[in-house]
Design a binder for this molecule. Structure first.
Ligand code: FUB
Length: 338
């Protein structure tokens, strides 16, 4: 592949139209970018979207991705390298279908790729694969992480070295089917009734070996400013999928997608387990059904990686982008209008 690098800051095309940012890669479709800085370089762990010809539905069956490519760049705005296939679904012994949004971590000389995929019973679980290189190839563990569920793993390591995995997504992500603690394949509800509390994402501390959970998975509460849990009907604020945790000035920022209302929003707290109090919108809707993001610092600047459908105009063929994230003096963000 010969990837095309693209400028990330606002530029004007020949018609004078302003673009906030351009697709980072144009020769394959990529989405759900989890960005990390390892050894001074930016590595992006995205989904690799492909055309499968499957009809669109609310379960996202048409998102039938089969492998991961890892991207890297020395700096935002610089050349982007596509490192080719880092993990293929055929090399994951327990996988059935749909390799969705991954994340990565580095500890004790090893790189860990965390990925959601449906098992052979069609239940989303989170798997882990390891490599000595940030770009792979990655070798998958023989089984999913015990106790893992749903989609969209996001891994955060705190200052004390403890690492936490956030996970979950409703509708196609199956989180609602775990409401009772065990998986209920017959739950067709998609989410709780409008007057009930919205489902929270899940979190668990990882063991020292980064391959298993050190504790039972728990639900993360997202509250309004009066301290009340957000309701299921509160669709512009409630958690849908795509959680991400970062820390800034000692505060924990949990950001996520509201899914069917197409926003990226954030909530803050004083513990990695939450509760988190809803604060506001980071990014207004992009072109496409929804976006999925990550937040990372490089050389004192903060960036948000996300996706839209600029290249294809099809919700299932997405392209990753990046733009600078601007903070406000009160600890919030300037809302991005992509
Ligand atoms: O890429 C498949 C799914 O779409 C992800 O897991 C969600 O976050 C959404 O972006």
């Amino acid at each position: 592949a010969t990837p095309e690098a693209a400028a990330s800051t606002a530029t004007a095309d020949t018609t004078g139209k302003k673009y906030l940012s351009k697709p980072l890669l144009k020769d394959i479709y990529t989405a759900d970018p989890s960005a990390h800085v390892f050894n001074g370089k930016i590595y992006i762990y995205p989904s690799h979207d492909i055309e499968t010809g499957m009809p669109e539905n609310d379960n996202g069956d048409h998102f039938a991705m089969r492998d991961y490519h890892i991207l890297s760049m020395d700096s935002v705005g610089g050349a982007v390298t596509d490192h080719g296939v880092a993990l293929d679904i055929k090399d994951i012994p327990w996988a059935g279908r749909q390799l969705w949004a991954p994340d990565a971590a580095f500890k004790n000389g090893t790189y860990y790729l965390y990925f959601p995929v449906k098992d052979k019973q069609d239940v989303f679980r989170i798997g882990v694969a390891t490599s000595t290189s940030p770009t792979g190839p990655f070798k998958a563990q023989p089984k999913p992480i015990e106790g893992s569920l749903s989609i969209d793993p996001a891994v955060f390591t705190d200052a004390d070295g403890s690492t936490y995995m956030y996970m979950g997504g409703i509708w196609g992500g199956q989180l609602h089917r775990w409401r009772t603690g065990s998986y209920n394949a017959n739950d067709k509800s998609q989410e709780p009734a409008p007057t009930e509390q919205a489902l929270g994402p899940r979190v668990a501390k990882l063991s020292g070996n980064m391959l298993s959970f050190a504790e039972p998975v728990r639900e993360v509460k997202i509250l309004d400013k009066e301290g009340k849990p957000l309701l299921s009907s509160d669709t512009k604020r409630r958690f849908f999928e795509g959680g991400w945790l970062h820390k800034y000035n000692g505060k924990y920022y949990f950001s996520y997608s509201t899914g069917d209302t197409h926003l990226l929003v954030y909530a803050t707290g004083t513990s990695p387990y939450g509760p988190f109090t809803y604060q506001g919108v980071i990014m207004n809707p992009v072109q496409g059904w929804t976006t999925h993001h990550s937040i990372v610092e490089k050389n004192g600047k903060w960036y948000i990686f996300y996706h839209d459908t600029e290249l294809s105009n099809k919700t299932w063929l997405r392209n990753v982008k990046v733009t600078e994230l601007k903070r406000t003096p009160d600890g919030g963000f300037e809302t991005i209008n992509p």
